[in-house]
Design a protein around this ligand. Structure first.
Ligand SMILES: Nc1ncnc2c1ncn2[C@@H]1O[C@H](COP(=O)(O)OP(=O)(O)OP(=O)(O)O)[C@@H](O)[C@H]1O
Length: 480
């Protein structure tokens, strides 16, 4: 286990070991990070394949070519795999597996994917990277599997300091390399517009519902020393995966609205977000963390040196095959009812918790209106369907309709791909919803290749959407 604070080289060292292995897999928390490792490995002459829900790519090397990469024994290297955690191959044997951000086992929605990989991956050496708070739980779980564990502790590569004074609320103290952390899309655009008005800097923006491709483009704008985008305004979506040239993190707030109420940020969240300042290899200066509000700053100052409580439980989720067998016993009930009953009745040890199935229940409710087989129904419950966004949900249901009828689905059957994509606030939101639909189409194409076979048009449209979203983001000053 490689444990330590953010920016301490945990993943870097685990990946060095993976690169040298004969066979191996990297399990990523994010699609974009899986892509980054895929590109980085192949650029380092280490053949690598990519497997995510939406994308599969072979290594760019030709095995029969004399230039095919070899190891120091002059043997041709088998490709390693870079995969998203949910897609991790649990049946193949690997010499080395790397599971990144292992503390995500405690995530209420996706935690099950880390627990399943930890307990199920078939490798001689498994490298877990993440927070030290996960060590006691991992040790307990490994008592059941009989694995040996070695814990390697890391220190931050760059110094990180907490400012002794807060930043002026009128934004006049904003400097190049600052990153302001806000907790809603609306607030991000408001703050970015004010900073652009009060200072000479332009702002790049990053938030959770932005497609990863656009997050990456915004990160490039901010990282490029020759661009005017010297300031970043972002949500906590920057906590994982992106390498950013941030010198100073400024918290706009230390509480986050969850849809019903405001929750104070946890110590672990404050450390993870604050730790993004002063990323080693991008900025060699020390990082700094501060806030606009003095009370917020004292919360941050208390949190940064504090060790968070160890995590106590790992997420689990039901197995599709079990639900399928269950559902045959209750032919009178809808599958959504079977799932709810299963979640309510499941008994498990206190080392685990059942991941939140409310999103799945909403999707189940919507798709139960279509004549699907049990297998189709259960597969769709795992699909990335955006049930909260009416535009994306409506398109998803058109896809479901095609599946239920076994009818070929061209993207233009479900989306007007020739319609203008505007760069207004509403236009940006609309393009973001369409992008989610396109990703769903690609996800479905791997499960129903004869129904969702319009791949070339979809990939072309995906690029068009990313370009429209980028234009919308550059126009953010007009949103407020
Ligand atoms: N020995 C090294 N030589 C060169 N660069 C390094 C070295 N160790 C780490 N880095 C670079 O420092 C940065 C942070 O490293 P890494 O991503 O491994 O940190 P981490 O501890 O996994 O942090 P996080 O949890 O925030 O991802 C990366 O850009 C990485 O490439």
């Amino acid at each position: 286990m490689h444990v330590g604070p953010t920016n301490s080289g945990k993943t870097y060292n685990a990946l060095k070991r993976l690169e040298a292995a004969k066979t191996g897999i990297y399990c990523s928390p994010l699609r974009l990070l899986a892509h980054e490792i895929y590109s980085r490995m192949n650029n380092n002459n280490r053949p690598c394949e990519l497997i995510t829900g939406e994308d599969r790519r072979t290594s760019p090397f030709d095995f029969n070519s004399p230039d095919y990469p070899t190891n120091n024994m002059n043997e041709k290297q088998l490709p390693i795999i870079s995969s998203t955690i949910e897609m991790a191959n649990l049946s193949k044997f690997f010499e080395v597996a790397v599971i990144d951000e292992i503390q995500m086992m405690q995530d209420p929605q996706r935690g099950w994917a880390w627990t399943t990989a930890l307990l199920g991956i078939n490798a001689a050496e498994v490298h877990l990277c993440g927070e030290e708070t996960t060590v006691p739980l991992v040790k307990k779980l490994l008592e059941f599997t009989g694995d040996e564990i070695q814990v390697i502790k890391y220190e931050r590569l760059n110094k990180l300091i907490v400012s002794d004074k807060s930043v002026s609320k009128d934004y006049t103290d904003i400097k190049k390399g600052d990153c302001i952390i806000c907790f809603s899309r609306k607030e991000i655009f408001n703050v970015a517009a004010k900073i652009e008005k009060k200072t000479k800097f332009k702002c790049a923006v990053i938030y959770g519902s932005l497609p990863p491709e656009n997050r990456s483009l915004q990160a490039d704008l901010f990282n490029d020393p020759n661009s005017d985008y010297k300031v970043l305004v972002a949500s906590d979506a920057i906590g994982m995966g992106l390498n950013l040239r941030i010198n100073r993190v400024i918290f706009q707030n230390v509480a986050k609205f969850d849809g019903t109420k405001e929750n104070n940020l946890t110590i672990s969240q404050i450390k993870q977000i604050g730790g993004r300042a002063g990323r080693y290899s991008l900025t060699n200066d020390e990082g700094e963390v501060t806030a606009f509000n003095r009370d917020h700053l004292s919360v941050i100052a208390k949190s940064m040196p504090t060790t968070p409580e160890p995590i106590k439980k790992a997420g689990i989720f039901f197995d599709k095959n079990v639900i399928e067998r269950f559902s045959y016993q209750f032919p009178e009930n809808r599958i959504s009812e079977v799932i709810t009953a299963f979640s309510d009745c499941a008994v498990y040890s206190n080392l685990f918790f059942m991941c939140n199935s409310s999103g799945i229940s909403l999707v189940a409710e919507e798709i139960s209106k279509y004549p699907l087989t049990v297998k189709q129904f259960l597969l769709l419950l795992n699909a990335p369907i955006s049930y909260r966004n009416p535009v994306a949900l409506n398109i998803a249901l058109k896809f479901v309709d095609h599946i239920s009828q076994g009818k070929e689905c061209n993207i233009s059957n479900c989306i007007d791909i020739n319609a203008n994509l505007s760069n207004t606030k509403a236009g940006l939101q609309y393009s973001e919803a369409l992008h989610r639909s396109v990703l769903l189409y690609l996800w479905l194409s791997y499960h129903y290749p004869t129904i969702f076979c319009d791949i070339e048009a979809v990939n072309e449209y995906k690029l068009k959407l990313e370009s429209a979203i980028q234009k919308g983001l550059l126009n953010h000053a007009s949103f407020v």
